[in-house]
Design a binder for this molecule. Structure first.
Ligand code: ADP
Length: 209
């Protein structure tokens, strides 16, 4: 549900001047010893976004990199606790996360975001926010597979009408048309899927030793 604050924030602020940093992007990368970027995982509920994000964060950390997961459910406890699941609130949810991810990537972190992010236009805005540092990953599994997994029992509740606006059941999922990477989790193990993501993240966001 949108709040008054949300509506006000959409109006934008005036009299705002950009304060230039005195530390360049290149200097930050050199300090972090990595380029950083946003690995944006999108897909249906239960497609595997959180599982893979958490596994990838662990693997990147163990390999000596700075990585952090932004997870939909986690951020809805804090930054986005005022938002629901209407189209407008989903848009604002993703707008905030996209901006936060972009800031973190600018520092040089490898940000792994795990959000259904069902609307193409919202994902595109997140891509714009992070400029060249954004890679969209479609964590793909059929609706049937996701519904049969149903790790949180959400599909069952959505089918029973207990949850409205549920992606894939009563709300749309706009499939990526030009994903940078597709990981098909319905016929791959968690380990194999994570390996694909790990290699991809290193290729795009690390600096070869
Ligand atoms: P999401 O974050 O997309 O809602 P979750 O990660 O919470 O999805 O749940 C995905 C479920 O699918 C987990 O129970 C996980 O063990 C299972 N799963 C099976 N194969 C894979 C795979 N290749 N990658 C990720 N998850 C998988």
């Amino acid at each position: 549900m949108s709040t008054d604050n949300t509506e006000q924030s959409h109006q934008g602020a005036t009299n705002v001047t950009y304060v230039p940093h005195q530390v360049s992007a290149e200097e930050r990368k050199a300090r972090m010893k990595q380029k950083g970027g946003v690995l944006w995982l999108t897909g249906l509920s239960a497609s595997g976004k959180s599982t893979l994000a958490i596994e990838l964060e662990r693997q990147l950390h163990e390999a000596g990199h700075f990585a952090y997961v932004l997870d939909g459910d986690n951020l809805r406890h804090g930054l986005n606790s005022d938002l629901g699941f209407s189209a407008a609130d989903r848009e604002e949810n993703i707008r905030r996360v996209g901006e936060v991810a972009a800031l973190m990537a600018e520092i040089g972190l490898i940000v792994i975001s795990a959000f259904i992010s069902p609307y193409r236009s919202d994902r595109e805005k997140a891509r714009q926010a992070a400029r060249g540092q954004f890679r969209e990953v479609w964590v793909q599994a059929s609706l049937e597979t996701c519904e049969s997994r149903d790790p949180k029992g959400l599909y069952k509740r959505a089918r029973a009408g207990e949850i409205t606006d549920f992606t894939g059941i009563s709300a749309p999922y706009e499939e990526p048309e030009q994903a940078d990477l597709i990981v098909r989790t319905d016929n791959m193990s968690v380990a194999d899927s994570a390996k694909v993501l790990f290699d991809y993240a290193l290729k795009h966001f690390s600096i070869p030793a």
